[in-house]
Design a protein around this ligand. Structure first.
Ligand code: ZN
Length: 400
């Protein structure tokens, strides 16, 4: 028993050291074994063993020598970006988005399929067809499949507890896909995935905290605290869209009154724009839509906004202020300094972000507010796809 325990501990230490060394090599362009030993405080022998394992696995390669400054030049190591491919999926509202991505987050192939109205088996079949296609396009061994799900995902059980647009309540998706593909499957709520993707691929220091606010059909946030994704006790951390912020507001689809989503969302944007077009014959919206009913995409509203429509500018500013109120609470609780805005509403840029910033500053203590940066997400439209890759890299290689 004691022997078995020692063996297990030894193996855990070896895996831990390997992850530590791999992370350093991943973060540096080129680095020597001696420099890794200095940075990790591991012995040269331990670093050499870990590097040997990583070279054997094809994840690291030797790429040349340091320029000599008198002593013996050292061999430099580099991460192999294409050592493995990852299958990444964003189960978005109207379509399943898939991609084959290398270990640096570079998208090599992508395919989107529209979700047709069908039952659970139908949508699962559609997902399998998409994954089959992506696997055919992967030209390296596949490290795993990462999935961002718009709903509540029990990441311990690998079960989707709830989604709004799919009939997938209490669906053991991880077991289903693992049985079919024999690959590691990692899933998370899409905003949670987005946050870990932003942290991994964005310009943030190691151990940073950040909050990604995704605004599209609904609003939710993903939270990274000191470099770790915060899931919450029920895997629903950051579900702020249904927090009521207006006592005498509208009834929300969840049954509550004055939820943030009744004030800010793509649906509210389009409905408000239609009302503006209907009441104002001079609205610039008429240049881009034949009638108020034809205003059915953010693109149309964005075009009128870019043309200088004042009512649309005011509408966006109002939404920014509501977001600022909601974010102020999160800043007050978490003291997070990076707030990133993603989703279709982020396309309005400073017209949305500036009022949001001002309202946040008005609502939260100056000492907290002065450090907060509110900006568009670094990853933009592909944030969930990149986030699903980050889940796999984090769980399989310890890279986040
Ligand atoms: Zn609600």
């Amino acid at each position: 028993m004691a022997n078995a325990f020692r063996k297990a501990t030894h193996e855990q230490t070896r895996v831990h050291n390997r992850c530590l060394v791999l992370k350093i090599i991943y973060d540096q362009e080129r680095i020597s074994r001696a420099a890794i030993a200095r940075m990790t405080q591991l012995t040269r022998a331990t670093v050499s063993t870990a590097v040997g394992d990583l070279i054997e696995d094809g994840l690291v390669r030797e790429v040349g020598l340091t320029s000599s400054t008198g002593g013996k030049p050292a061999t430099l190591l580099s991460f192999v970006d294409d050592a493995r491919h990852v299958i990444s999926l964003d189960l978005a509202n109207r379509e399943f988005r898939g991609a084959v991505i290398n270990l640096r987050g570079q998208i090599l192939y992508r395919k989107n399929v529209p979700i047709l109205p069908t039952d659970r088996d139908g949508t699962l079949g559609l997902l399998s067809i998409l994954i089959d296609d992506l696997l055919r396009e992967a030209t390296r061994p596949v490290l795993g499949i990462g999935i961002g799900v718009p709903g509540i995902v029990d990441i311990e059980q690998g079960v989707i507890r709830h989604t709004i647009h799919l009939d997938w309540q209490n669906l053991a998706l991880r077991a289903i896909l693992a049985a079919r593909y024999g690959l590691p499957i990692h899933m998370a709520n899409d905003s949670h995935a987005a946050a870990i993707g932003e942290y991994m691929f964005g310009p943030y220091e190691d151990g940073a905290s950040l909050l990604v606010l995704r605004i599209g059909p609904g609003i939710s946030a993903g939270i990274v605290l000191n470099g770790s994704l915060h899931y919450g006790d029920g895997f629903a951390a950051g579900e702020i869209g249904h927090v009521s912020i207006q006592h005498n507001g509208q009834v929300c689809r969840c049954g509550h009154i004055g939820c943030l989503e009744t004030l800010v969302s793509r649906k509210v944007l389009l409905e408000s724009a239609r009302a503006i077009a209907a009441s104002d014959p001079d609205s610039k919206l008429h240049q881009f839509a034949a009638s108020p009913d034809a205003i059915c995409s953010t693109d149309i509203v964005l075009a009128a906004f870019s043309a200088g429509d004042q009512a649309i500018c005011n509408l966006i500013a109002g939404m920014g202020r509501h977001l600022g109120m909601a974010v102020a609470t999160l800043v007050g609780v978490l003291d997070v300094q990076h707030i990133l805005v993603a989703g279709s509403m982020a396309r309005f840029g400073e017209a949305l972000l500036n009022p949001m910033r001002l309202e946040m500053e008005r609502c939260v203590h100056y000492e907290l507010a002065k450090h907060v940066r509110i900006s568009p997400s670094y990853l933009g439209q592909d944030i969930v796809i990149q986030g699903a890759v980050a889940l796999v890299l984090s769980k399989e290689l310890g890279l986040a």
